[in-house]
Structures are given as C-alpha cells and as structure tokens.
Design a protein around this ligand. Sequence first.
Ligand code: FUB
Ligand code: ZN
Length: 661
Amino acid sequence: MQKGYRSIKDKNVTITDPLFAHYVDMIADTVLPYQWDVLNDRIDGAKKTKDLENTLDENHSNSTKNAKISHCLENFRIAAGLATGSHYGTVFLDSDAYKWLEAVGFCVGSGKGDRFVPLADEAIDLIARAQQSDGYLNTYITLVKPDARWTNLVEGHELYCAGHLIEAAVAYYEATGKRKILDVATRFADLIDKTFGSGPGQIRGYPGHQEVEVSLVKLYRTTGVRRYLDLARFFIAERGAEPNYFLAEIERRAGKGIFPELRDYDLKYSQSHLPPVEQRDLEGHAVRALYMCATMADLALEFDDEKMRAACLALWESVTKKRMFITGGVGSSGFLERFTADYDLPNDSTYCETCASVGLMMFGQRMASLSGDAAYYDAVELALHNTVLAGINADGKKYFYVNPLECWPDACLPHTSMRHVKPVRQEWFDVACCPTNIARTLASLGRYIFALDGETVCVHQFISSRAVAEIAGVPVTVDMKADIAEGGSVTIGTSGAARLRVRIPSWAVDPEFSVDGKRVAPRVERSYACLDVAGAAELSIDFHAKPRWVAANDLVRVDAGKAALMLGPYVYCLEGVDNPGSLAGAYIDADAKVSLGSAVEGLPGAMPSLSYDGYRLENGVKSLYGTAEYSLRPARLTAVPYCLWCNRFPGEMVVWQKIRL
Ligand code: FUB
Ligand code: ZN
C-alpha cells in the first residue's frame, strides 16, 4: 500500500472555480492543440524567443539555424528513420514532447482528452521507433553524438529526458491502460538501472539535472518494481559524495562541453557540492534544486529516513523563509537561473522561472504527504495562484518563462543584463521547458486540491470543485464552493459519511466553522481543521479574507519601505493600463483602505479589482537633474491579480508599492 497521501482519480475531480476552470478547460481546448502544432512546427509566423542569458546560442546541438519553431517531433522522426535531416534544438528538447504527453495523460484521465489519444499514440509510435535496441532513448545523443552516451552527465540531460519520458509514461498508462509507452519507459529505466550503480562496471554518477529521480519513484509506485525506488535512492545518495563524480567527469572531458556558461563549474549549481542529506541551504539552479527536494521528501517517506526528513525540513525552511518571493516565485538570478543569497529578492531583474514554481509545488505537496501537515500547502498555493498562473496567457498561447514582480518594458532589452526578462508573454522559446510544465501542472490540478489519507479526505486548496472519493468501497462526494476573492467563504457539501481535514490557510483570520448551520469548533491539528461528517452535510467556513497590506522582512532590502497587496493567496499588482504614468512615482499609505471593485473587463475568472486612495510623487525637474522639491498629488490606484497581468495591454507593472511615511 502506498505510503502518505493518495490522489483522487483525475476523472473524479471537476474544477468549477471560474478562474481555474478557465485555465484547466483551456489546457484541453487550446493549449494541447497549440503545443502539438508547435512541437510539429506547424505554427505559422510564431517566433520562438531567443531567450535568456544562460540559454545560449551554443545550446544547439548543431549550427544549422532554421526557421522551425521547435523541431521537437522532427528530431524523433529523424531518429526513428522516418525523416532525413539533423538534430536541431537544445539537447533536452525531447522533454518537451514528454511533458506534452504527460499533460495529455492527465487530460485523458480527467475525461477531457479522448480526442488527443490518436495524436498521443502517433507520438508514442515515433518515440518507440526512436528507441535504440538496448532501450536507450535520446534523440540528441543518437543523432549527434552516438558514441558519447553518459559521458557528460553534468550537462547532457540524458537522465533528465529519461525522467520526463517515465513521468509521461506513467500518466498515460494510468489514464488509458495502454502499455506501449510504459514498456518503452521501463526498458529505458532498466537500462539506466543496469548502467548506474556501485557494482562492478557500473557508473557511479548521477544526473546533472535532477528529474529522473522523481520519475523513478512514480514508476515504482505504478509498477511495484522496487529496483526503481532503489535507483532513485542511489542517485540521491551518490550526489555530492566524495570523490566528486562531476569534478572527475569535467576533468576527463578536458574543457569540452555544451554550455559555455557552465565552464568553471560551481558544484552548488547542481546541488552536488554536498550529499543532499547534508544540505541545509537551498542552493544553485532552482529547478534542479526543487526537483531534487521533491524526491528527497518521497524517499524520506518511503524509507522512513529521519536524516532525509531533517534535510527536507531545513531545505524547505531555507527556500520558503528566506529565498521565496511573495508570489511563490523562486530563483533570484537571471544568470544561471539560480538562488543567490538569503533575502536577495530583486523584483525587476529576478528570474522566478515558471518551472521553478512548479518544482516548489511538487516539493510542498510531498512535504505535506510526508508530515501530514497542511501548512506546506501555503507555499504551494502562492506558487500556483500567482507565478504558475501568470506563466500562461488568458488565451493559452503565450507564456512567461521569467516572472518579474516589477516591469518597466523599455528597460527589458536584449543584449543587456535584463535580457532574460520579457515584458510580454512569448509564443515559444528556444528553451521551452515552461509551457509544457504549466500544461501538465494545470491538467493535474485536482491532485493539488484534494488528497486521501487513509479514509480521510483532505482539502488543500480553496478552488471550487467537486470530487468523488471512494472510501472503504463507498463513493463520497465532496462539493466545494470557495469564494476566496470575495470574503473567503467556503462551503463543502458532502454526501455519505466523511472524515474531512480542511487546511487552514495562513491568510485566514479567526476562521469560523459551522455544520448544517450550527457553529462548531473542530479539532485543529497540523494546520488542518478535522471534522467527522455523518451523512449528507454542509460544512461552511468563513476565513475572513480581506484585502491586506503585507510587508517584507527588513532584510529584504529591495522591499524596504514598501507593501504588497494580497487577497487570500492572490498577490495584486498595479498595471500601467489602469494607472497611467510612471509607477515608480506611485505611493500608498500603509493602511490605505481598499475597496473591492468590479471584475476587470477582458480578464478571465471575474476576479475583483482592488482600488484605494494613493499618491503620485512628483517633482518639477524638466532636465535630467534639478532641485529636489517634491510634492504628493492624491491619486486613485487600481490593482489587479498578478496572475492576470499583461493580458490586456503591455506596460509597466509593480507588486511592491512605496509607502508614504
Ligand atoms: O535544463 C532543463 C531546463 O531548461 C531547466 O529546468 C530550466 O531551468 C531550463 O534551463
Ligand atoms: Zn522552465
């Protein structure tokens, strides 16, 4: 029996929340067809963004620049012998197809994806044909460097791609019962298991980008084959062990590598400076770090490993208490997509990669399962409601990779230190990890809302939805209506006897509970309100969610003297379109009274705007510099949810607003 929490089947969860249903429905209606066309290079005129400082021109496996937007499935076709040509694109491009397939699996599982099955099967046939006879599968290595298997673990991403293949296989198999992709994935996993280990002739290495570990735990849970779990443990245990595998490998390669910016390699970048179990600060590349932590939490649970649990706790504290933006964004540096120092949380030049917030959600979800404590879902909620949702346009066809908390579009220029920050969402990227990561996350949203702990239904997110859980063979319906944006009232109707645990979110103020209209005082344990409901009943909760001004710790230099506006888990921001003029001159009173406005026209979800009296700080300087004589002019300010910014007109945006003292 699986340890920790279990998910309610995707098909048994229906999202009804107006905002989230918009995005979740859109995954099947728009996003997956759009991404399929992109992966097949069928999008006319769509441009990929030559992104990001660290993602390099030389990231391409060959120098044949072409006009293809992705080339992902074409690489598989070539590797399968069905097309001619050469590999094009980043070395880990295969993973885009796998994450798309995983998202399809979740959509099929939730009953919305049947029409993608023929496309998915077409992709699976291709993937299977591209697999080598011994189970190896990676189009970059097969087409470009067939003799270089496993020789560049630091940069090569073979294990990273394997991980996304395995995750996709598990999702698709669980949804459809079709084995073909699971067989492909297990053949590759078996080869990896034979190749890596501490036995004679095996490689005692580990992935340069953690991901395969997450997938091996899933593969173990789906197949029951224990070797996969042990292999995940091996990879985590070997990382950073002495003598350091990566240092030896880099020496063997004598300067030959793929990514120029990884010369002069810092082991912290891939969390290989110390064994993970000894790490206490979350360092290095944010996505790598968080995928690693997700597996560490899985392993702590599976092996009841106290030392691993202690490391997980410390790393969770490190990231959420000292290195996380108010939006649940993580990774402060545009160079190398990495963590920097405690409290270094720059708003305009930050990275906050969408994938890193997905990683934070994965880590938090597993920490809750490990500990039985709902408080971990506070950070999951921030990441989901702010950064992850902001990562996709309301029409599903454009994406943010970097998620700044402040944006002055004029300064987001290519060939400058701000080149990683795009002031508008992009149709695609050279390195397009985020769009498909958003798709697979939103397609499996129900798994973040509900969980089963034995016979108890846990409610973790207040996103209106209906779930049917099978408890001791009896279906129990949980019908949740959450009105977070307008006061924080939540009703949960149940049919059948249900033991419920409802998370008490950090933003709740003196929550009140009643069952069938009668006030009750539930037992509160580990941030859960615990209730036994016999028969059909309606639980009502008032979390008293009002707009609130939030300050950052004094050690967060850039936010000193500023406040951010929140409503429940939603961070709000000012946008130029609602507040003309430079937003650098907008000031507020720390206790500015906030009114709920009407839903913003043109934005999904009927989320209220928030308005309040503020000021514009001005001086009369006409040339570049002049006498410092300032005046404050009263001005009404209007804020909108950060997750929806840049969906109407491009322009300035700020989250942290200056306080008039
Ligand atoms: O290296 C694979 C993915 O590409 C990482 O997770 C992202 O940060 C991007 O660099
Ligand atoms: Zn990404």
